[in-house]
Design a protein around this ligand. Structure first.
Ligand SMILES: [Zn+2]
Length: 260
């Protein structure tokens, strides 16, 4: 169904000879214009002219790449499916409006006809002609609108069915786009999370490294301190022992003096 709709859109904006381009364009991947030209059996300029026409309506989009050796640009094209469907829907709605207008006029106004020449007049024109045919001189008869109305209503119903089908395709396309958007959002969030996690790891590693350095410094400092303490302690203990000895000696001397 969608292929048919896209073809119809291409014919509407670029003419019947461009019809085939609809099936050559993708709506996900960009297609090289030279590939399109070859498959269409057209020159590159003819192909570009068609694509530019369609692009004027925003129904195709392109990217271009520069050929580094030759210095010119090659265009790559993609069809905008949702925009095409919305374009077709608008065309259809306009046609339906016209039909509804015609139906209303057939339902409310009287028409006259020369049955021999098969020419139709509305009431004002019939009055101007005095209800007499210019061509054959015959007298107009009142037109039976029921047949025309039946045809018009039939056409309107057909358009209405088509509109429903287009709406289904539009909904599908919108859903696809929404899914794609969510996928890309998820991907982005995942990337953000990963970046944040990596950053956290980095800072954690830095902190750990700093801690290690710090603890080493502390340990070194502690070792130095404890060494100093040990040396102080040993010195002081030696001193006290010396003092004690001196005291003891002095006691001995004192006692010796007393004995005398
Ligand atoms: Zn006539």
């Amino acid at each position: 169904m969608i292929e048919k709709f896209l073809e119809e859109v291409i014919i509407l904006v670029a003419g019947k000879p461009a019809e085939k381009i609809a099936s050559l364009l993708d709506d996900k991947k960009y297609v090289n214009e030279f590939t399109i030209a070859k498959k269409m059996d057209l020159t590159i300029n003819q192909t570009r002219n068609i694509l530019y026409k369609i692009s004027d309506y925003g129904l195709v989009s392109f990217i271009r790449k520069k050929d580094k050796k030759k210095g010119w640009y090659t265009y790559f094209w993609k069809i905008e499916t949702l925009k095409c469907l919305e374009f077709l829907k608008n065309v259809l709605l306009k046609k339906m409006d016209q039909l509804k207008h015609q139906i209303k006029s057939r339902e409310t106004k009287q028409f006259y006809v020369c049955e021999r020449c098969n020419i139709e007049f509305n009431e004002e024109n019939a009055l101007l002609h005095n209800f007499t045919c210019n061509e054959c001189g015959g007298i107009f008869s009142m037109k039976d609108n029921s047949k025309v109305l039946k045809e018009l209503n039939k056409a309107l119903n057909k358009f209405d069915d088509k509109l429903k089908l287009i709406d289904i395709e539009i909904d599908k396309e919108k859903e696809k786009k929404e899914k794609k958007r969510l996928r890309e959002l998820k991907k982005l969030e995942k990337e953000k999370k990963e970046k944040r996690a990596a950053a956290r790891k980095k800072t954690a590693a830095k902190k750990l490294a700093n801690k290690k350095v710090a603890s080493k410094v502390v340990k070194k400092a502690n070792r130095k301190k404890s060494k100093k303490k040990v040396t102080k302690k040993s010195k002081s203990s030696k001193k006290t022992s010396k003092k004690k000895i001196v005291k003891k000696n002095s006691k001995k001397i004192k006692s010796k003096k007393k004995k005398k």
